[in-house]
Design a protein around this ligand. Structure first.
Ligand SMILES: Cc1ncc(COP(=O)(O)O)c(C=O)c1O
Length: 499
């Protein structure tokens, strides 16, 4: 059989087998061309031909001046392109399903690869303990202060504005302190849209954003989203021209679940387009400080000259999920948002605003996010390797550029919800893909929380998941192909993507 193959194909197959058996691991550098030629007694051009073939097979990548590297399977994650589908605006209906999944995931004995909370061990619990005590000693009045009108703590606003200096100047009058990022987004949605309006979202998107849209009686339009560069600006432009959307709700820095970051030129183009069409953007920047890029990526708000962008965030991911302090820089909607905040939940704890202001005022916060970025990038890489080792070959994983979740695409026949039910039976929780779409997409996807420290428990949980996927695929007649969740782009009210 092999006598039919050329020398370069032999070499490509031989190296390919080493990659499949993980002797050569994802991210590892291949021996140099010269070394391979000497070792294998082949010419340089034969080796180069073999490497080109391996590149075409999606096994390796060339890095200029650095050689060839084993590709992480992430690159193969399905990319939504022009030919892909954009569903029509639709009412969302995930609340019941989500409640079912969250209830099943609640069991403490289950290995938690579901909810995306940072593990206690990575949070600055001791430092917060000290800050809580010193703040209470310094200003005991904060423990009883409550204000109906002035709900913001000035020092907290100052720290938020100070942290934004890298990319722009914030007007403290535009800031409304909230009980969480979720509350900030909920208030923004109510300020910029009404029941029946359509909100453009990334596809896939964080299920709580879908829940908010659902609970407010609004519709969602899923914008095709590239796993590396985020939502297609061309598609957004098409939707704006067709007057299909009244607002956008995006997570441009490390989207959950894809982990992608919108390139700066896309952010600028988006801000300009939205200004032109007078359509607001609710920007969820909760993972902005937890991106793995050399520089902290700017928010779209940095390119907003019209007050059209409402920038939301909180300290739930990097400092304390329990403190329940978030904020929104609400641009031209500041007054409406402030009023909605006042009538819906009154002031956010002045005490915890002051505690966070103290925490942000020294090097503690910078040290904390630097540590988290380093550790989380390692844990994601570890999880990604483990998934590639246990799941079937034709699965692909995302390459998150921030945050701490991994998005896994499985063969089309796999039903993530059925997989979830069997996994709970085996003591493993994850988030099934169906929760991340308003239109039934992502039935064969799942999201894994990578924040937990790596150890035998997590390793065995991932391997159990891989086994369950294999088992679903092996079931005779059990494989039901995925139904398309959307309709062809060109059929949607005359929408076409231009490129
Ligand atoms: C994109 C995104 N936004 C918001 C939140 C929730 O933040 P908070 O706890 O401040 O409401 C999460 C949590 O998973 C998230 O992933």
């Amino acid at each position: 059989m092999s006598t039919q193959l050329n020398l370069y194909e032999h070499l490509a197959n031989e190296l390919g087998a080493l990659i499949h058996s993980r002797v050569l691991a994802p991210g590892e550098r291949l021996p140099s061309i010269r070394h391979l030629a000497q070792q294998k007694r082949l010419s340089i051009s034969t080796v180069m031909q073999a490497l080109r073939l391996m590149e075409d097979r999606g096994l390796i990548d060339a890095k200029p001046q650095a050689g060839y590297y084993v590709r992480h399977r992430a690159r193969m994650l399905a990319v939504m392109t022009d030919a892909e589908q954009m569903a029509e605006p639709a009412f969302v209906g995930i609340n019941n399903l989500l409640m079912r999944v969250l209830k099943a995931n609640e069991d403490k004995s289950i290995v938690q690869l579901g909810s995306a909370w940072p593990p206690d061990e990575l949070l600055p619990v001791k430092r917060m303990q000290k800050t809580v005590a010193s703040t209470a000693r310094r200003d005991p009045g904060l423990l009883s202060r409550v204000s109906c009108y002035d709900t913001n703590e000035p020092e907290f606003l100052r720290q938020i504005s100070r942290r934004a200096l890298d990319w722009g100047q914030l007007d403290p009058n535009e800031i409304v302190v909230t009980g969480s990022c979720t509350e900030a987004i909920s208030l923004c949605l109510r300020a910029v849209a009404k029941p029946g309006d359509t909100i453009a979202i990334e596809s896939a998107t964080y299920f709580v954003l879908l829940q908010l849209i659902e609970s407010l009686g609004m519709k969602a339009l899923e914008i095709p989203t590239h796993p590396k560069t985020g939502p297609s600006i061309d598609a957004i432009e098409v939707a704006l021209n067709a007057k299909l959307i009244q607002a956008c709700l995006f997570v441009p820095n490390a989207n959950n679940p894809l982990g992608c970051i919108m390139p700066e030129e896309n952010k600028k183009r988006l801000a300009d387009l939205l200004t032109q069409h007078n359509v607001p953007l609710i920007e969820d920047d909760i993972y902005g400080d937890l991106c793995f890029t050399p520089e902290r990526p700017w928010p779209v708000k940095a390119y907003d000259s019209s007050g059209n962008v409402l920038l939301c965030s909180s300290f739930s991911k990097a400092v304390s999920p329990a403190a329940r302090v978030g904020y929104v820089v609400a641009g031209r909607f500041a007054q409406e948002v402030a009023l909605l905040k006042m009538v819906s939940s009154g002031a956010t704890s002045h005490f915890f605003q002051a505690v966070l202001a103290d925490f942000l005022n020294c090097s503690s916060y910078e040290n904390q996010v630097r540590k988290m970025r380093r550790v989380l990038a390692q844990r994601i890489a570890r999880m990604s390797d483990a998934v590639c080792a246990s799941f079937p070959q034709d699965c692909s994983v995302s390459e998150p550029q921030g945050g701490f979740v991994l998005w896994v695409q499985m063969p089309a026949q796999v039903d993530a919800l059925a997989l979830h039910d069997s996994a709970i039976g085996q003591g493993v929780a994850f988030m099934p893909g169906q929760l991340f779409s308003a239109s039934g997409k992502y039935r064969n996807y799942l999201r894994l929380n990578c924040g937990n420290p790596w150890g035998p428990e997590v390793e065995s949980a991932v391997s159990k998941l891989g086994e369950l996927v294999h088992r679903q695929l092996d079931q005779p007649g059990g494989a039901t192909p995925v139904q398309s969740g959307g309709i062809a782009l060109k059929q949607v009210s005359g929408i076409h993507l231009s490129s």
